[in-house]
Design a protein around this ligand. Sequence first.
Ligand SMILES: Cc1cc2nc3c(=O)[nH]c(=O)nc-3n(C[C@H](O)[C@H](O)[C@H](O)COP(=O)(O)O)c2cc1C
Length: 508
Amino acid sequence: MDPRRIPSIAEWFHEETKYSPRSMGLLPRPDLDSRPTPFKEWHASEPIDLVPYLPFPGFPLGPSEDQRPLDPALLSEFVGALSRILYFTGGVTGIQQSSDESWLFRAAPSAGALYPTDITLALRGIRGIEDGLYAYSVPNHQLVSVLEGDFVPGIASSFWLHPAFDGVQAVALLSGVWQRSRWRYHDRAYRRILLDTGHVLGNLVHAAQQEGLQAVPLAGFEDAALQKLLFLDPEEEGVLVGVPLRRADDVSTAADGLVAAVKRSSRSKAPPDFESDPIQAIHESSSIHQDAEVTMPPDPPVWVEGVEGTRVIPLVETLGDISHEFPGIVVSRRSTRQFTGAPVDRGDLDRVLDFAHRYATPGPVRYLNARPALQIHLVMNRVRGLEQGVWRYLPDEHQLQLIRSCDERRRVHGACLGQELARDAACLLVYSADLPRAVEVWGDRAYRYLHLDAGFLGQQLNLACVHQGLGVSGIGGFFDDMWTEILELPNDHAISYITAIGDPFAGE
Ligand SMILES: Cc1cc2nc3c(=O)[nH]c(=O)nc-3n(C[C@H](O)[C@H](O)[C@H](O)COP(=O)(O)O)c2cc1C
């Protein structure tokens, strides 16, 4: 890379938000009294109560006493499908009572359990309810009307009339609220918000499939119009993904549209204005404006550098469709807090890698924007049948390539801020990308794509691990440069996400 090249704001932001042993000590401690509520407090006198459609009794927080929900007998069956889709995507699946408050845990994991991702639905043509925008109120599992009208055509035009919107009755818009996560993680929160939203999306595709719908996640759109539609304060929150929910038999049309022209954000020049808030700066510079450049279709920056003379191992085990088990997996899953340090079987790891990365290999619907740009490394601490060391996973071939034999347990422990999870995991899977090259292709929008996709894949890893009885946890806190060293990557490669997999303590 030309040393005189001026970095983009995406590269600047990544550098600014790297953790290092020196910078960690300088970050202020979060003020426990100013922790934001992890959801917006929506209230409507006549909400759509989604609880009666859940496939189990006893959801703890139904409508409040002053609410008179719409009569379910008058509503289309589609409302039941939406109820289950929302619940298994991001509903309350666990409650922890402390002395003075109750903590709600959700279907998708979230860094620090701060839940910065909100879901809004644009609905139309559904018997018994007005066309309009509806906010998903998580604690009560209800939809609250925000605005009446058919907004689907307007939303579709923000996605340059992507054919996946044709004829749909429901579109989910996922947005991030910066302060919910920034409160604890400062500017690096933006990375975690994208990862968290990727996890939510990772559930949404399965939850929709359960109801015979195809979720088509689209992260490229003109930001300003959607931002305005949802009345989001541009300094505090932003729309991150739009997801038309299509009938599954219409998928081919949706897939065709994915090769249609898309626009890219510009490649900005760092640093941003001296006074800019870094999260606002990266969100703005990664926004796509009306007059943005059109690419047809974008050329992904495939990572080609090979490692000569190293061993390549084909993986044999695969994992078939687990969709019928998805609801059970997602309600029972919790992130592992502690691993035993015992090894896991290579066959289980093969299956997890196969399941998660089928979304990263070419298929009829392109779930991911950045998939060819994401590199996948594994540090094997203790996997029966595989040498300890640093490996690379090749998803198209379902192969592992040995980069270096070594025992990295001490180093990965340190590089994950001393989290014991990293030391005791059987293996750590790391997503990374050549950020400068990704920015050349997608503009600063690359930063969003790389983290959303890593979160999406992270959720597939989570689901597959739970299916195989393995423990699993995302790791968003790590010393970036130590990781590029461990993986022998150039310093300007962005480590986007780490997932720890291992043997969970009994009872976890
Ligand atoms: C993006 C992301 C980053 C995370 N980073 C860490 C981490 O560094 N260390 C950790 O112990 N857990 C981490 N977690 C797990 C969360 O703490 C966990 O999801 C949250 O407490 C909610 O609990 P649950 O997943 O059991 O529902 C992370 C999760 C996500 C989605």
